[in-house]
Write a protein that binds this ligand. Structure first.
Ligand code: FES
Length: 295
């Protein structure tokens, strides 16, 4: 049995905006009866370009009905640009959460909306356009759709991908390909996060410099120290002086001086600025010992 929140139950038992708008400006369809879920969304704009009326029809489970109902509530009164900013996570959050196995319902709502807006703007087919190459033939899901759910929802396993877009939920023949896509997208995300913050005129502002120092410590230094039972904290930044404090095994370590120069300082010079130098905050170390001996 799925655990549903009261809000999901409310929108399932009393769905809002069910049906079809008369003479709609946009129509969006997603899913198919063969795959178990289908959703049709129609909307009409007022003279100011805001969504005056929106209705849905769905063939699906309790979550499909509840997420479609909430979607219509969330976008009513919005411009199309504002409506496009509603994500599947917004829909799930409004409902107080969804069982992860049902997250694909929230994705389906967002896709139906995109199809309806594309239909209004381009006047073409109401069907959700599927871009990319099919990876999961059981459910007709493409690499682009898989990439998108991974990126937008920070997914890391095949099971999660199945929960969010159904890919992989049939014969399992596509699992290897999905794993490769997860590795690629998550690798790209890490590299993006590693990029330094935007520079102004080629020079870091003080805040950007501190952020980049903290980021470098978090990503380049701390994991290596943690692997040996140690840790490091950023205490202060004064000009080019970076004050740190070692914790755990590093605080006791006889070669902490080497770690400070050869690891912390070297990484900060590589990723932030050649002119940085690092000093250890002995006062904080002593306080750490005092706290440690009291506890
Ligand atoms: S090809 Fe994806 S589950 Fe069968």
């Amino acid at each position: 049995m799925w655990e549903y929140t009261d809000k999901v139950k409310d929108h399932f038992f009393n769905p809002r905006n069910v049906g079809e708008v008369e003479n709609p400006d946009g129509v969006g369809e997603v899913g198919s009866l063969a795959c178990g879920d289908a959703l049709r969304l129609t909307f009409k704009l007022d003279k100011n370009g805001r969504i005056a009326d929106v209705k849905f029809k769905t063939f699906g489970c309790a979550s499909a009905i509840a997420t479609s109902s909430v979607l219509t509530e969330l976008i009513k009164g919005k411009t199309l640009e504002e409506a496009m900013k509603v994500t599947n996570r917004d829909i799930a959050a409004y409902l107080g959460g969804l069982p992860e196995q049902k997250m694909h319902c929230s994705v389906m709502g967002r896709e139906a909306l995109e199809a309806a807006i594309a239909n209004y703007r381009g006047g073409g087919t109401a069907k959700h356009e599927i871009e990319g190459n099919i990876v999961c033939t059981c459910f007709g899901v493409t690499d682009k759709e898989i990439e998108r759910v991974i990126r937008e929802n920070d997914l890391t396993t095949v099971e999660q991908v199945t929960n969010y877009c159904k890919a992989g939920g049939g014969c399992g023949g596509c699992h290897g390909e999905i794993e490769k896509i997860i590795e690629r997208v998550q690798g790209e995300r890490v590299r993006e996060q590693m990029l330094p913050p935007p520079r102004r005129g080629g020079k870091l502002t003080t805040i950007q410099k501190i952020q980049l120092i903290q980021q470098t410590i978090n990503e380049q230094v701390r994991p290596a120290l943690r692997a040996h039972g140690g840790n490091v904290e950023l205490i202060d930044v004064e000009g080019n002086k970076v004050v740190i404090a070692f914790r755990g095994m590093c605080a006791e370590c006889k070669i902490s001086d080497f770690t400070m120069r050869g690891v912390v300082e070297a990484k900060l010079r590589e990723f932030v600025s050649e002119s940085l130098f690092v000093e250890e905050d002995k006062e904080s170390l002593e306080q750490g010992h005092e706290h440690g001996s009291k506890s």
